[in-house]
Design a protein around this ligand. Structure first.
Ligand SMILES: [Zn+2]
Length: 710
């Protein structure tokens, strides 16, 4: 937590999870790319030197399995998708400084070099393990070639990941009841020698690393739990052709595993994050190290920020920093892990066509900035967002059309008609202070990795502008008090410009159009926050409206189309997952159906009467304070105000929540629970929470503290 605020005098790099080059992009993926793009642009408006890099993930079984099913070479298959992504991102104003791919020379060389360094430093060892094997197909079954049961939570899992259950990374041989996805037959386990990276040796380092890590709290708290459970070493090789070869150990006697000529490539999660470095290197080589020095960023003192989906936290907050530390590279400064996008509460699914496709969105004629605004300002980064066209319409019509667009248009039109531009007057003290306030809010939001806060600082300023123009009624003043009228409109033009600068990271196109409407030269993207206070040019042309209302009949039509699709998706819900096409390195996809009951506790058969329920005295409370209990791994002591009194409660949430963020939030408390003593601390009540992550129950309306839940 000792980092100085952005902007720093060090170069930064912003990355987002690499998309697997194996299928169409949908809005779930775009949340990550747009989010990271908006964050990078936000840093730039603060004056931070930064680069935004990414690349396609060409390797791994997600690509190999799909290529095989289509009977094509995985390299050709992946390259085709890579090229499509390269074309798609700019259409959403996602502007990478470099977009590479993991199969290119830069990444291949860098990956081998890093693995060699880790090996030489003694962080890699060889071990015999049990590997799934399909005797009919006569091949080993790495990762997604095998499905089975998660040994930790019992959910249906892939060979490498408990994707529908606890989201743990699974090591080869861990999945129970393994089945081949090639033939559907039960797989056998065979003994094989593989390479392991000793993550466990980095336990102390990682604990300290997490304490200093910025970003979203889920990226710190989940890994803390994994560390608590004990870190396992990480198998970094696979029996496959497709991938980056394990580097030649030269004349070293450790050549072992592949000395018999079998294929052994690096696990995809080794070379995928190294692409962040490789892509930065390519950028640096293109613009010159005087302008941007990748080695300074990655090896000296750069500010590294990863924006990822929450299902790949373990790869980024455990394996990756351990690898970087092991080979002498710099640790990430921040990791922000986004929630998923759902439709009707269910995760998006590529194979089931339960998605809004990137191309489809554009084909419907919507401007990309609308989606950018919707995705970045609906809910916090960590929260899941349930997409509906109605919610999209409400956001767009309410905040972009009604607030921002309306203010821009009415103030500029009035200025144009009466003054042919910006009236000759100084900005009032009130408006100057209001703009300075919004700049401060933006700066704070960026440092909190809070994109919604960035968007809202701008929309609130526009809201102020609307109230200001309405309250001062300049149209009544032009004849009687011309000076006063000029003053009010001068303020409004300044506010319009300021909103344009502040909202640029989220709606870059629309901000640029506004920039041109007020007669500014160059790119609003190059403006810094302070430029919001610089006087706009004296004259400009007649403005046009920049946002257009989405009509109800459009929404009805789109909703009907989506519902039909969701229904079709649900009807083949129970079909085999074999052949699943997905693109979810970003964690945006296949988040698991919320209504899928795999892994849920069964419903109780026994019913209770209303009287029994009445015996539970459940109250609305407000958490006043929260602190961990010394010596107890999971327990926290909370003070909860329940109206009549403040209760001390012990709850098993220490690892699962950022305790500092809890005070002030409403909770739901079982007040007549028998008191108990835990670790010497009295617990007088029980706060209610759902699921393994202890999602705390809260209220959403105006229920008062102390009110009974019935
Ligand atoms: Zn699991």
């Amino acid at each position: 937590m000792s980092n100085d605020d952005f902007p720093t005098d060090r170069p930064a790099v912003v990355t987002c999870g690499l998309p697997y080059a194996n299928g169409d992009l949908h809005i779930g993926h775009l949340r990550g790319y747009i989010g990271a793009d908006a964050f990078n642009r936000s840093l730039e408006t603060l004056g931070q030197e930064t680069a935004y890099v990414c690349g396609s993930d060409m390797h791994g079984t997600p690509v190999a399995v799909n290529a095989e099913q289509q009977g094509v070479d995985p390299a050709d298959f992946a390259l085709e998708w890579h090229e499509q992504y390269e074309e798609t991102f700019p259409k959403f104003n996602v502007e990478f400084d470099n977009y590479g791919h993991t199969h290119d020379e830069t990444n291949t060389e860098l990956t081998q070099e890093i693995v060699r360094t880790l090996d030489e430093a003694g962080h890699i060892y060889e071990k015999e393990i049990q590997v799934a094997y399909d005797p009919d197909a006569d091949q080993y079954l790495p990762d997604r070639y095998v499905v089975g049961t998660c040994p930790y939570c019992g959910a249906k899992a892939r060979g490498d990941e408990c994707d529908e259950g606890c989201q743990r990374h699974l090591e080869p041989g861990e999945v129970e009841n393994p089945e081949s996805t090639i033939t559907g037959n039960p797989a056998e386990y065979r003994q094989r020698a593989h390479k392991f990276f000793e993550v466990s040796a980095f336990t102390d380092y990682l604990t300290e690393f997490l304490d200093g890590l910025e970003g979203t709290s889920n990226a710190r708290n989940q890994p803390r739990q994994w560390i608590e459970d004990g870190l396992q070493d990480w198998c970094i090789t696979r029996d496959m052709d497709w991938g980056i070869d394990y580097p030649d150990a030269g004349d070293d006697e450790t050549a072992g595993a592949d000395s018999d000529g079998d294929d052994l490539v690096l696990y995809v999660w080794v070379d995928a994050p190294i692409e962040y470095i490789a892509s930065t290197k390519q950028y640096s080589e293109r613009v010159g190290t005087d302008e941007y020095d990748w080695e300074r960023v990655w090896k000296e003192d750069g500010d590294i920020v990863h924006i990822i989906g929450r299902d790949i936290i373990q790869h980024h907050a455990i394996f990756w920093p351990a690898m970087l530390e092991g080979c002498g590279y710099n640790a990430p400064r921040g990791i922000a892990a986004t929630g998923f996008i759902t439709i009707n509460g269910k995760g998006l699914s590529t194979s089931r066509n339960r998605a809004i496709w990137a191309k489809e969105y554009l084909d419907e004629g919507f401007h990309p900035d609308l989606l950018r605004y919707y995705l970045t300002t609906t809910g916090g980064l960590q929260q899941d967002v349930d997409f509906s066209w109605e919610a999209f319409q409400e956001k767009v019509n309410g905040e972009l059309v009604g607030t921002v667009g309306n203010f821009w248009y009415r103030s500029l039109l009035f200025a144009y008609r009466n003054y042919e531009g910006t009236p000759d007057a100084d900005v009032s003290e009130e408006v100057r202070e209001r703009i300075e306030g919004a700049i401060g809010e933006t700066r704070e939001a960026v440092n909190d990795y809070d994109l919604r806060g960035v968007g809202h600082a701008a929309t609130r300023l526009a809201q102020f502008g609307n109230e200001y123009i309405q309250g001062n009624e300049p149209w009544k003043l032009t004849d009687e008090e011309p000076e006063r009228a000029a003053q009010v409109i001068r303020d409004c033009v300044q506010l319009a410009k300021a909103v344009g600068v502040l909202i640029e990271p989220i709606t870059p196109d629309k901000s640029q159009l506004l920039w041109e409407q007020i007669g500014e030269d160059g790119e609003v993207a190059d403006a810094h926050l302070e430029d919001a206070l610089e006087a706009p040019p004296r004259s400009f042309d007649e403005p046009g409206e920049l946002f257009e209302k989405i009509e109800d009949d459009r929404v009805e039509e789109l909703t009907a189309k989506l519902e039909e699709r969701v229904e079709a998706a649900s009807s083949d819900e129970n079909e085999s997952d074999e052949g699943e096409t997905e693109t979810d390195d970003t964690g945006a996809d296949e988040s698991g159906d919320m209504t899928d009951t795999d892994g849920l506790e069964p419903l109780l058969e026994d019913r209770i009467g209303f009287e029994d329920f009445q015996e539970l005295d459940i109250r609305v409370g407000r958490i006043e304070s929260a602190e961990g209990i010394d010596g107890a791994d999971d327990l926290a002591k909370l003070e909860v105000d329940i109206g009549f009194e403040t209760r001390q409660v012990v709850a098993g949430i220490k690892q699962l929540h950022d305790l500092d963020e809890l005070p002030g939030t409403n909770c739901v408390l079982l007040a007549n629970m028998e008191p108990a003593e835990l670790f010497g601390v009295e617990s007088n009540g029980m706060i209610l929470a759902a699921g393994e992550e202890a999602d705390l129950l809260t209220t959403h309306g105006d229920a008062e503290i102390g009110e009974k839940v019935r």
